[in-house]
Design a protein around this ligand. Structure first.
Ligand SMILES: Nc1ncnc2c1ncn2[C@@H]1O[C@H](COP(=O)(O)OP(=O)(O)OP(=O)(O)O)[C@@H](O)[C@H]1O
Ligand SMILES: [Mg+2]
Length: 703
């Protein structure tokens, strides 16, 4: 079981009866500790179903499941390996009724939230709604409800936002919906306020393991605390240098608090990096160097010096993309790692991907974009799928709510709230409820008429879709339907810029073509169709396969393709060859244009932000196993103009190499350790002199 683990890793894996924190740099095998510990716990007799491993993204969870299956076989399937949010969903499905939520509640995406906020706040301006969204999310992560938020509001702006929050929450209740923050906040409420639920979950959790612990926020910390209870059987692994979600409320306080809240906490450090060559690791250590440290650490690698880190200067973004493609092609000729999946192109912001996508397409190199929004996750596509799901299953309540409100059809949230209460009371789906003969006792006649009209329309669509065969007919059907519900108008009304609306409408058209093609036969310009000629299917049948789409995109993972990813989404992953693009001042580190000339508060933020950008760069560099290239452009587009641009300061910092190149990091580590030991001894002596009690098991305070 302990094969393939060093002594410190084994120690972490074998320590099962109390709280354990593994604090270590990138690529040192923290995630490996988690998978091996799952196996060890099962071997020690803990039931697989009582083990929960929490990861940061769905993708990381999928990968961990895969690794666990390799180690333990089919028992891995019984272990709960998921994100904090997925754990929240599970808890709410089981126990949400305690808080008045139906088991079939729906989860709103960011676009849904903005739309509801526009309605709640009486605005059509998406930017304003997004500001509210941001503030409300912040409050929710602090555990505040609307009333509490209003009570603590500092100015009129906050007071107004708090009132909008109250209206927003009313709508969420009416729609039986929750937003992302609720998926942590509501389970926390359940655990804190309901002793029976708490007892049940604490009993269910034999051991909890948390990966990427440095990126948990305050509510996640609380939730974890309630779930593990007094026994504190958990293992958290993390790296303070990789904390990159401060902007979303993640806090390193969670690392600092742990030894205080759990005095028996066992802290284990790992120092060997098994991922990258020394050249790559040195660049990483140099970049992260200037940041303040929570504890001393320097990573070393025994994989040899390897290729030097390459700095590429390009004229502009097109040129940068061409150079990246050329690099991929040349490495494929000359490296032992030549599968497409061995390459990743990483960047700071989503919009940077487009030029690279185009260049890869031209060179016929297969790729996938991760970390951005997949086509099928786009709000407009999910809108249409909401309707399809309702044709197929009238009892799909979230689909019902999406369809009945998108576009708006004069059925307001008061009507939907009454319908929801009625449906819950009589244990009916919303669709069944609207045809119930008892409904007139709970709502006015006009509201019922609108609901009936909607219900009949759905039945009619379902009938027509069932009998609509072949591509041509399907396409015509979809066009008619979109006209009937005035979807194009809805898009243009909801967007501030015509361009954004047009792009959404373009997606809708593309999706309709795709659907129609799957109905068989030929569309007018249907060259690339993968249909068997002659075989025709009904539109309803095709709509049914829509539910498979999410599984389809999961399968993308094993495809042999080049990865394009944001730095944020690359966390925890590794590739033999990595290209870090757009390493320009202003982009990485990222700088908001309106920064200059604002008050002190912003200035203070700037230093913290720079530290976070530095960690982001560190994350990017440490994804590379064998080769790393960082590129920057001499000119960048700003609005419509091309302006001169400078290389990122991080590039200069990486190149500090020359003087430290031959320094053995282990020597540096020894010196650092001695320094910290001395500082800890000094602190202890000072504390003894002042007769203050010392907390046990803490790491030295930050410098
Ligand atoms: N003891 C070991 N022997 C051999 N390979 C190891 C060992 N420990 C870890 N590895 C390998 O090193 C690589 C990095 O490990 P892992 O992903 O667990 O690191 P990590 O600390 O979680 O990194 P990150 O901070 O980026 O999340 C993986 O390919 C892993 O299989
Ligand atoms: Mg990891």
């Amino acid at each position: 079981m302990s094969s393939g683990l060093n002594i410190s890793q084994q120690e972490a894996v074998n320590y099962m009866h109390g709280p354990c924190l593994v604090l270590a740099g990138a690529g040192s095998g923290k995630t490996r500790v988690i998978t091996h510990k799952i196996a060890r716990l099962i071997q020690a007799g803990v039931e697989p179903a009582r083990i929960a491993a929490i990861t940061f993204t769905n993708k990381a969870a999928a990968e961990m499941r895969e690794r666990a299956r390799g180690l333990i076989g089919k028992d891995a399937g019984k272990v709960l390996i998921c994100t904090f949010h997925a754990l929240g969903v599970r808890m709410m499905r089981q126990d949400g009724q305690t808080l008045g939520l139906k088991a079939q509640f729906s989860i709103l995406d960011s676009d849904d939230v903005v739309r509801i906020l526009k309605d709640a706040g009486g605005t059509t301006d998406a930017a304003t709604a997004r500001t509210w969204q941001w503030t409300i999310s912040k409050w929710k992560n602090m555990g505040l409800n609307a009333a509490q938020a209003e009570a603590q509001a500092q100015d009129d702006n906050e007071r107004i936002t708090a009132r909008i929050m109250a209206r927003y929450e009313e709508r969420l209740t009416a729609y039986q919906s929750v937003d992302f923050d609720d998926l942590i906040g509501m389970p926390l409420k359940l655990m804190r306020d309901h002793e029976d639920v708490r007892a049940k979950w604490q009993k269910a959790m034999g051991h909890m393991l948390v990966d990427e612990y440095q990126d948990t926020n305050a509510t996640q910390y609380e939730l974890l605390k309630w779930m593990v209870g007094e026994r504190g059987r958990f293992t958290a692994v993390g790296d303070d240098d990789q904390s990159i979600y401060g902007w979303r409320g993640a806090t390193l306080d969670n690392l600092r608090k742990l030894p205080v809240d759990y005095p028996s906490l066992k802290v284990i450090k790992l120092e060997q990096n098994y991922r990258s060559t020394s050249a790559i690791l040195r660049a990483a250590n140099n970049v992260i160097g200037p940041n303040p440290k929570l504890f001393p650490k320097t990573l070393f690698s025994e994989l040899g010096e390897g290729e030097p880190v390459r700095v590429v200067d390009a004229d502009n973004e097109q040129h940068e993309a061409e150079r990246a493609v050329a690099r991929i092609q040349s490495l494929r000729e000359n490296s032992t790692h030549k599968e497409w999946r061995d390459f990743a192109i990483l960047y700071r912001a989503n919009h940077q991907a487009r030029v690279f996508e185009q260049a890869l397409r031209r060179a016929q190199i297969p790729y996938k974009v991760s970390g951005g929004t997949s086509f099928f996750d786009r709000a407009e596509i999910r809108d249409l799928c909401g309707w399809f799901r309702l044709w197929i299953n009238n009892d799909d309540d979230p689909a019902f709510l999406r369809a009945v409100t998108t576009p708006k059809r004069g059925i307001g949230h008061t009507t939907l709230a009454s319908l929801g209460v009625f449906a819950t009371q009589y244990k009916l789906s919303l669709f069944e409820a609207l045809f119930s003969s008892s409904l007139p006792s709970v709502m006015p006649k006009r509201a019922i008429e609108s609901l009936h009209e909607f219900g009949r329309y759905i039945n009619d669509l379902e009938y027509r879709a069932r009998h609509c065969m072949g591509a041509q007919n399907a396409r015509a059907f979809l066009d008619d339907w979109l006209k009937e519900i005035e979807y194009e108008k809805h898009l243009y009304d909801g967007e501030d810029s015509e361009q954004a609306a047009a792009s959404r409408w373009g997606n809708v058209m593309e999706f309709c073509d795709w659907m129609a093609q799957r109905c068989g036969g030929q569309l007018q310009d249907d060259a690339g169709s993968d249909n068997v000629p002659g075989e025709q299917r009904s539109l309803l049948e095709v709509a049914q396969t829509i539910s498979l789409i999410s599984t389809l995109s999961e399968r993308e993972q094993d495809q042999n393709v080049v990865t394009l990813s944001t730095l944020h989404a690359s966390k925890g992953l590794e590739w033999p060859h990595v290209m870090l693009i757009g390493c320009n001042e202003g982009l990485l580190p990222f700088k908001l244009d309106d920064d200059e000339g604002r008050q002190q508060k912003v200035e203070e933020n700037t230093l913290e932000r720079l530290q976070e950008e530095r960690r982001l760069m560190y994350v990017g560099i440490t994804r590379a196993q064998r080769s790393l290239a960082v590129s920057w452009t001499k000119k960048r587009k700003k609005g419509r103009e091309m302006v001169a641009a400078r290389p990122s300061r991080f590039i200069t910092e990486m190149a500090l190499d020359k003087t430290t190149a031959k320094e053995d990091p282990r020597e540096k580590l020894k010196a650092l350790r001695a320094e910290f030991a001395k500082r800890a001894a000094d602190t202890a002596a000072a504390a003894a002199a002042a007769d203050t009690p010392q907390p046990t098991g803490t790491t030295p305070a930050s410098t």
